[in-house]
Design a protein around this ligand. Structure first.
Ligand code: DGL
Length: 278
């Protein structure tokens, strides 16, 4: 930790698993000088079929861990954790927190057919935050909501293009196309890793919208606003932790991050003294 100059401290990012790496890569692109910490809660993924209470407890434990690692800001790189826990996290922690929001606004601005599809977990779709988005934009465009059980598991297994993944995407995208959606929002951070397959199945005229780059820009604005952007002109580092078996998670993180990286266990003394038994 750098007490003399806290702007040199790292940014903490987490997700239920490896999906938040789609956000981490945009943060890396936007903020090349920053040191980044990433927690994959793969031992508890998918969040989509867990209770809101469990997701909230996990989110609190992970943010406590990231703060104990001196994170100067937190990015909740998970739509489902945002739905379940964002108010609690903001009330409980003083560190700035940037969170996901399904990109309904840009999709509504983009559609020509007036129909947009949102792919997300059931919990995100059922959330108050999503209901607010629906109220705000649903009068102007038709918003089709599609839960995608099973897709997160395929990404967690590193299966980005196999038969099962393809069949699931066809199952979830076909009803959107049948109802003339011309714009599809990726409302779960795991799905950008499937974007080329989704595009192939949806066809070239359908726009696929991923909010990750906008989240990275929002993070830059927040840090700039409080003068906490890294003052160092150096190549930022990344450190990774998981709540699952590190060897297994290391394989899939290395695949998605396109680099051979080390992954530490949250529960072996490197980390989670705060971890509740759930
Ligand atoms: N990446 C999470 C999201 O953005 C995945 C949810 C899950 O684990 O089910 O919603």
């Amino acid at each position: 930790m750098n007490a003399a100059n806290p702007a040199k401290n790292p940014i903490g990012v987490f997700d239920s698993g490896v999906g938040g790496l789609s956000v981490l890569r945009e943060i890396r692109r936007e903020l090349p000088d920053e040191d980044l910490l990433y927690v994959a809660d793969s031992g508890h993924a998918p969040y989509g079929d867990k209770s809101a209470q469990l997701i909230e407890a996990r989110s609190i434990a992970i943010v406590e861990f990231l703060v104990s690692q001196h994170a100067k800001a937190i990015v909740v790189a998970c739509n489902t954790a945002t739905s379940a826990a964002i108010e609690t996290l903001r009330a409980r922690f003083s560190v700035p927190i940037v969170a996901m929001e399904p990109a309904v606004k840009p999709a509504a601005a983009h559609t020509k057919s007036g129909v947009i599809g949102v792919l997300a977990t059931s919990m995100t779709i059922a959330s108050d935050n999503f209901a607010k988005l629906h109220n705000r934009f649903g009068a102007d465009v038709k918003i089709l909501m599609q839960a995608c059980p099973g897709l997160v598991e395929q990404v967690e297994a590193g299966n980005l293009s196999g038969d099962k993944t393809r069949a699931l995407i066809k199952q979830y995208v076909s009803p959107l196309l049948a109802q003339k959606a011309d714009t599809i929002v990726l409302g779960c951070t795991h799905y950008p890793f499937l974007a080329s397959l989704i595009q192939e199945i949806a066809g070239p005229t359908v726009a696929i919208i991923d909010p990750a780059a906008a989240i990275a820009r929002e993070l830059r604005r927040r840090l700039a606003g409080i003068k906490q952007l890294s003052p160092e002109a150096h190549a930022g580092t990344e450190r990774f932790w998981t709540s699952a078996a590190p060897d297994k998670t290391k394989q899939v993180i290395s695949q998605l991050w396109q680099m051979d990286i080390d992954v530490r266990s949250l529960s072996n003394g490197h980390g989670e003294k705060h971890r509740p038994e759930l």
